[in-house]
Design a binder for this molecule. Sequence first.
Ligand code: SAM
Length: 265
Amino acid sequence: MSEIRASDSDPLAAAEAAPAAHIPAVSVIAAFPELVEQACRVGVTGRALERGLWRFQGFSLRDFATDARKTIDGRPAGGGPGMVLMPAPLRAATAAARAWHGGQTKVILLSPDGERLDQKLVEKLATEPHTTWVAGRYEGLDQRWIDECVDMTVSIGDYVISGGELAAAVAIDAMVRLLPGALGDSESAVTESFSGQLLDWPQYALTNAAGNADIPPVLLGGNHALINRWRRERALEKTALRRPDLLQSAQLSKADRDYLSKLAL
Ligand code: SAM
């Protein structure tokens, strides 16, 4: 995992080690890029990174501060509470990230006022060869830098968290699991909630004979047509109960519609 160097003391050296063109390259600019790095090191994203399916580079804003105290924030113009990330470190970090990407990258700001992240947007972003995710802190980021450098703004939901690092980790995780070969079973991403326009069906873990006793018998019967139908019906039922809005755009067969019409919800 040599590509992960969020805490690299020489970010400009990182910028020189630009990734090969065909491997998705993801960079993060943040006050605490190590938060994103830690999330990326484990599980599906960590394994995909080790196998070279994507590349990651963190850029710490403090490495681009211009004073000895490594200041990255200033008081808001016009007064008011909190602090605002200053434009100069943001500009310098963006230039270094752009260089690491070989000159071109889509700069995506994480912010509550952005486009809401959903599976459709994740699928679109997963096709981008170069993305740079910028995490805010405090009251937010200087508008001049936003106007100059940001290509797109993304929100992970209608709530406010303390910093964009965790939001970046969420978006990057969702993207990376869609990369070819990232998941052990390539079908998983296709059958998960949202990808198939329905919520996922319930899952049961096989253990031993005694532990399997209360698993729905159809799942143990080996008849795949019946198993598929059972799963589809459970997914339809769960979606109708929890997210009926998804049924409006889902592709439903006649059997699906017949089943839904029989549900007493
Ligand atoms: N004053 C800002 C506002 O009201 O929109 C909130 C600032 S928040 C405390 C600090 C940073 O966390 C933001 O700049 C953003 O990067 C990140 N953040 C907070 N909530 C987020 C969300 N729902 N989606 C994406 N990023 C978020």
